[in-house]
Design a protein around this ligand. Structure first.
Ligand code: CU
Length: 287
């Protein structure tokens, strides 16, 4: 059975010349997440094919685009789909079933799409990605960070149908786009590379359950979007606390060349399996 929903976001006026219909498909896949020390744990992800990949598909749109999204559940368990901040797109999806969602995006922004099933436990298991709506008139270079932490025993328990105690949560692996240091710098969508004077936009979303406070060394950046604290827009800072299921977008115009660290300011989050610095750590490279 295919269900269909039309959602209009904002006004229909002022269609951009680049406005188009974007068709995409997300497959809910179960697979093994491989951590930085090569240990694995059961996980899920939204992918662009039936092959599990621990990086959730990133959906990049332009203002004025209409997204026609098909979500297919390849798992043997019921899942769901929702986009935080957009009403009316919540669905449950039976095993092997699919849903279709159509949304029009009239303004630039960043959204988290996710599986809300089991009070968010499936989102914790990996089912959370980002939808970015870009301003087609902006010349900024864009970078995309999906922040997440993991406690492997919780993945095992949820996978086996057990309940977990979030008050006793003590994550031991920390990833950005599914990777940990030293591999984050190999992700061209994540690693901030540019020149002095460039306009660089970093889209940071937190699909985990912990707060991640991201510290930029060497530079301050301006908050240009915050889903939880919109009144923070305009502040110039070097550390940005990103709460669970929230997003912060910063604009960085480098004033000096160099290679500088960026990391989660909670130093536990810079470790992976108790090894430092195998966690949420990468570098900015400015020429
Ligand atoms: Cu620091």
């Amino acid at each position: 059975m295919v269900r269909y929903l039309l959602v209009l976001i904002g006004s229909l006026g002022l269609l951009s010349a680049k406005a188009s219909i974007v068709q995409d498909t997300l497959y809910i896949n179960q697979g093994l997440f491989t951590m930085v020390d090569t240990t694995t744990m059961p996980s899920y992800a939204f992918n662009s094919s039936t092959v599990y990949n621990q990086l959730n598909t990133r959906i990049i749109l332009s203002v004025g685009d209409t997204l026609q999204l098909t979500v297919i559940n390849t798992d043997s368990n019921e899942h769901g789909f929702d986009i935080k901040g957009i009403g009316g797109v919540l669905w449950t999806i039976a095993p092997t079933d699919s849903v279709q969602i159509e949304s029009y995006f009239s303004e630039p922004g960043v959204f988290i799409y996710y599986d809300p099933t089991l009070d968010g436990d499936y989102r914790y298991m990996g089912l959370g990605g980002m939808i970015v709506v870009l301003d087609p008139n902006s010349s900024a270079q864009n970078f995309y960070w999906n922040l997440k932490e993991h406690q492997p025993s919780y993945n095992e328990d949820i996978y086996n149908g057990l309940t977990v105690d979030w008050n006793a949560y003590y994550p031991s692996y920390f990833t950005l786009n599914g990777k940990s240091n030293p591999f984050i710098n190999e992700d061209a969508a994540a690693r901030v590379v540019g020149n002095v004077g460039d306009t660089l936009h970093v889209y940071m979303v937190n699909t985990g359950n912990s707060i991640h406070s991201i510290h930029y060394h060497g530079y301050h950046a301006n908050i240009i979007r915050s889903t939880k604290f919109p009144f923070h827009v305009g502040r110039s800072k070097d550390t940005f606390a990103i709460h669970s299921m929230e997003a912060v977008v910063v604009e960085l115009v480098p004033h000096q060349p160099g290679e500088y660290p960026v990391h989660d300011h909670n130093l536990v989050a810079v470790s992976g399996g108790n090894i430092y610095p195998n966690g949420m750590f990468l570098t900015i490279l400015i020429e």
